[in-house]
Design a protein around this ligand. Sequence first.
Ligand SMILES: NC(=O)c1ccc[n+]([C@@H]2O[C@H](COP(=O)([O-])OP(=O)(O)OC[C@H]3O[C@@H](n4cnc5c(N)ncnc54)[C@H](OP(=O)(O)O)[C@@H]3O)[C@@H](O)[C@H]2O)c1
Ligand SMILES: *[C@@H]1O[C@H](CO)[C@@H](O)[C@H](O)[C@H]1NC(C)=O
Length: 281
Amino acid sequence: MTMKLVALLSAAAILGISTTTTATAFITPKPSVAVTSTTTALDATIAVFGASGLTAQECIYQALKDGDKVVGLTRNPSKLVIPKGSGGVDADKPLVDSNLTVIAGDVTNPADVAKVFENDIDGVIVALGGKTSDVGDTMLTVGTNNIMSAMKQKGVKRIAVVTSIGAGNSKDQAPFAFKILMMTVMKKIFTDKNNQEKAVQESGLEYCIVRPGGLTVEKPTGVINVIDGEAGSIPRADVAQFCLEAVKDVNFPYVGQTPCISSVGGTSWVKDRSKAARGEQ
Ligand SMILES: NC(=O)c1ccc[n+]([C@@H]2O[C@H](COP(=O)([O-])OP(=O)(O)OC[C@H]3O[C@@H](n4cnc5c(N)ncnc54)[C@H](OP(=O)(O)O)[C@@H]3O)[C@@H](O)[C@H]2O)c1
Ligand SMILES: *[C@@H]1O[C@H](CO)[C@@H](O)[C@H](O)[C@H]1NC(C)=O
């Protein structure tokens, strides 16, 4: 495997952006300014679960741009396209790359998950989701447990799992309107998310549970605030950047933690265009 030095956090500035919340801002350097660093990372092979999803597509696209190899699992490989947020004029074209292997399969089927781990995987990103009516009541928990079992068998340690603001002990970090949804129409999803988080926290793996605020398909801002109070919105492109750092940076500061992230301080909840991005109306 090719090794290279990657400056992930060398230029990270710590800013106290404070509205009604306390926040720490990461300002991530562009790859071109990566020169010296106290941090090393591999030109890694990263497994992405939920590969056709809007956040997963960002993870895959950005990893490939960064020289990494990616193995993705989705039930619908044909839905995998270049993402709107960081894809620019190429957005919506099929995402095809010699460093990308896409496996058609279901994460709730251990045999399908095992196919991913036939490759030499360095880190894992889980960006699963969907409506309960489509994915079932326990897909997140069952699927993530399958992934973590395979990781343990293969000795893969690092995992980033995208859950949500409001999950686990972040209930009070969800804006009021979102809390109402969590207790009503999203109740089953949040039961599954809470069980998924618990399994990850008890796994013994080097995990980062990433709890984003409202997701958008905007261009990456490059600013990712870890929020102690109520979180606002964040482009999926920025969530992806955070997840990639979580699996690639050996000194990632949030290993074993559950950061809530937002690219805006405070509580604004931006209506996103993800339905349009999926071609739904
Ligand atoms: N929307 C928001 O504002 C918001 C806010 C905070 C957190 N979140 C959470 O953030 C996460 C990512 O959201 P997103 O909108 O980027 O995701 P998304 O576009 O809904 O993608 C989720 C992906 O999971 C895959 N999936 C579902 N069941 C599967 C199965 N059995 N096997 C394999 N893959 C499966 C789906 O792919 P296939 O159907 O092709 O298999 C889908 O592409 C979700 O957990 C979401 O709840 C969302
Ligand atoms: C695939 O990744 C290798 C490094 O692992 C890189 O040298 C090569 O350019 C990449 N291929 C493409 C098509 O980007």
